[in-house]
Ligand binder design. Sequence first.
Ligand SMILES: Nc1ncnc2c1ncn2[C@@H]1O[C@H](COP(=O)(O)OP(=O)(O)OP(=O)(O)O)[C@@H](O)[C@H]1O
Length: 480
Amino acid sequence: MSDFSSLGLADWLIKQCKQLGINKPTPVQENCMPPILEGRDCLGCAKTGSGKTAAFVLPVLQKLSQDPYGIFCLVLTPTRELAYQIAEQFRVIGKPLGLRDCIVVGGMDMVTQSLELSRQPHVVVATPGRLADHIRSSNTFSLKMIQFLIMDEADRLLEQGCTDFTKDLEVILGALPAKRQTLLFSATLTDTLQELQSLTMNKPFFWESKSETRTVEELDQRYILAPEKIKDAYLVHLIQNFTDQHSDWSIIIFCKTCKDCQILTMMLRKFNFPTISLHSMMKQKVRFANLSKFKASVYKILIATDVASRGLDIPTVQVVINHNTPGLPKIYIHRVGRTARAGRNGVSITMVTQYDIHLVHAIEEQTQSKLKEYEVEEKDVLKILTQVNVTRRECEIRLEATDFDEKKEVHKRKQLILEGKDPEMEAKRKAELEKIKKHKKKFKERVQESVLQQQAEQRQRSLLKKKRRLEQKKAKLEAK
Ligand SMILES: Nc1ncnc2c1ncn2[C@@H]1O[C@H](COP(=O)(O)OP(=O)(O)OP(=O)(O)O)[C@@H](O)[C@H]1O
């Protein structure tokens, strides 16, 4: 394995790395840094926790130190928390340069961001929606001198999932110079490779870690087969066991919905577990505060939706529990990648109901690894089953009393506003569409009715004609 200096990294950066305990390059750094320093576009695909962030931060800082001009680098990332994490890496490693960064994410004050952007920071780290808003509404900054565009979790930025970034990306790409270096990184690039390649220009360098499995060897991957109604009892039992057996532990539990997160947090707190949550229905400041408290081990359990499944680097996390089996192997890879990072060990436990077995097979096929059963004393689980289910029901009732569903509706409206749509107009548009649909249906029915009526009348007329002809024939015959 080479060292950082043989890769062409400047001494001051090597010194910075050493201070952070980064002594030898990881394979993604070893392979991607030289072509980036040569000026090539790069697509890097390496497992979770393998040091992809430093693989782009270090060469960008080196180039920046040689020619610090204008807004030098733009990093796009799918989540706000990840944007803060990446900006922090730039700030810490780039300290000797007096690096100025600006974080542009939703949920934070737009005017402050606008001011910071106009002061020409060296590095802008942004989520696409908010940056596109700034580009649309302001002419106090320009991205035309950008030397580097980096898309971290690039495949997520391009996929049209529950948050679709494509329109915002169009706006952003339109504001960037054609001549730039484009760097794309993720642990799961391969599905979107062709679309990603179209973003690059100058002979992109592609590197993918060669490994049979797509999850790290240090990760012990387990599953528990449990019917939906018993899942929570298993969860409480698991956490109790970890608490009893380990003094230094921290766990991330992934759930499907914000509501699930909220209920589980309330429920685990009833059992006196130090629990905190992270999901998109929380105010951004609370989201940041909760993540900080979890990172500082003030709370040992973080219950989150997939907003926390990508990129977050929290070395203390030893266990990831999937409260629901992820519907896509890709989501599984990122979720379980929150533990066993940078060579550390970790365990993932996926709750599987009888209806999710096909999902586990898909995960095993994609990751090329087998999930092993996590042994649990079922009688111990059954002992707490009633208490857990009653507690859960109490929490559900308490949550219903807080108008969580109404807040969700308000949240949806807010999202529409952020997308530049007027919720009232959207509601009207929906109602209009319904009305038009109803009209069309009625019109169709009426047309059909009149066609049927016409056909019946025609049949009757031809019957009458026939009858008359027969009568005429009969009359003629009688006359003869
Ligand atoms: N060369 C290195 N030696 C030791 N530790 C490293 C090295 N490079 C990075 N790290 C550390 O490894 C951890 C994981 O790195 P990073 O967050 O960049 O992973 P990643 O590949 O981006 O993961 P993900 O796909 O989950 O986003 C960080 O704490 C980082 O400081």
